[in-house]
Design a protein around this ligand. Structure first.
Ligand code: BDR
Ligand code: CA
Length: 311
């Protein structure tokens, strides 16, 4: 099994990624799940994360709280996830105590336990990973790979230049990109293509597992909420980054040297890739998702719910 720590700012599409991931315990050794401030403040992302883990019967998994704000900036939350992060979806409050260590320490602990093997999935601002790298520089050699939902090769959703997670904590993403850790970046280039098709929603709605039923409630909220903002679709951004770990065939990846803008006025959080190899002194550091086989992606996603359930 792959040793993994997963860091979320749960969040609707984070919730879907988490629910999907929890159905893979036969192949994933989930060492910890952690939360960061992002879509909504930390208290809410942490509670949402823990409550979903517990509701689906995984209260043996460590849930660690992480940073309550970006490294150097005020927290900027999203509006599309509602006030609680899960909109009108209610998940019972389990009240379980969080791990005694914070997320940055929990990630390092797992890295020490599985040197050279640990995989990290991070689908919110990169604050927790950056703190871990700052506190424990040797973690860089211990982590096998970090998969992030964040950034974009072209364009943005927060501003014309930047994606939400990268915009919220650009300094953290820069620490990650410059650290020497091997990163796979699953950005808007592919995640904006994953507009939940109705046939997928209907198929999952027909499955009588707690995972499927919870996912469908989240889908419903995403669709209603997005309609209020004038678009009729739900993008499952974060689950694509998870898919890159267990079913990478659906993505076309290309490795570039990538850095992130922290100084710019209109480019805060812009992820900048060296498409034409004009920076030969910089090693290529990021596998970037450039395209996605949507049919294969949705087929995989539905199958997770149809065939896996609680494993
Ligand atoms: C990212 O921003 C958040 O709102 C989503 O959860 C996703 O991680 C997309 O830009
Ligand atoms: Ca997220």
């Amino acid at each position: 099994r792959i040793p993994i720590v997963m860091d979320f700012d749960t969040g609707t599409d984070d919730a879907i990624a988490l629910i999907t991931a929890l159905q893979h315990r036969d192949i994933l050794d989930i060492r910890a799940v952690s939360a960061v401030a992002g879509n909504v403040p930390l208290e809410a992302t942490a509670a949402n994360t823990r409550n979903i883990v517990d509701m689906l019967g995984h209260d043996d998994i460590i849930v660690a709280k992480g940073a309550d704000k970006p490294l150097k900036r005020e927290l900027h939350c999203a509006i599309s996830h509602g006030k609680t992060g899960l909109g009108n979806v209610t998940v019972p409050d389990s009240g379980r105590a969080y791990y005694e260590k914070d997320a940055a320490d929990a990630i390092y602990e797992a890295a020490l336990e599985f040197p050279g093997e640990l995989v990290v999935l991070a689908t919110g601002p990169q604050t927790n990973l950056a703190l871990s790298i700052q506190r424990y520089p040797d973690i860089v050699k211990l982590i096998r790979k970090v998969y992030i939902m964040g950034g974009c090769l072209v364009g943005g959703n927060m501003t014309q230049a930047s994606e939400f997670n990268a915009y919220v904590d650009p300094e953290a993403l820069q620490i990650l990109f410059r650290s020497g850790v091997d990163v796979t970046m699953v950005g808007l280039d592919v995640t904006l293509q994953t507009e939940l098709p109705m046939w997928v929603k209907d198929k999952i709605a027909a499955i009588n597992t707690p995972e499927a039923q919870l996912a469908v409630q989240v889908f419903e909220f995403m669709l209603i909420r997005n309609k209020e903002f004038g678009y009729d679709v739900a993008n499952l951004h974060d689950v694509v980054a998870f898919c890159a770990i267990v079913h990478p065939e659906v993505l076309k990846l290309k490795r570039y040297y990538v850095d992130v803008e922290t100084e710019g006025t209109i480019t805060r959080g812009m992820t900048v890739a060296d498409f034409r190899d004009v920076c030969p002194d910089h090693e290529k550091n990021v596998d970037c998702a450039e395209d996605i086989d949507l049919d294969a992606f949705w087929e995989w996603f539905v199958k997770v719910f149809e065939e896996r359930g609680t494993v």
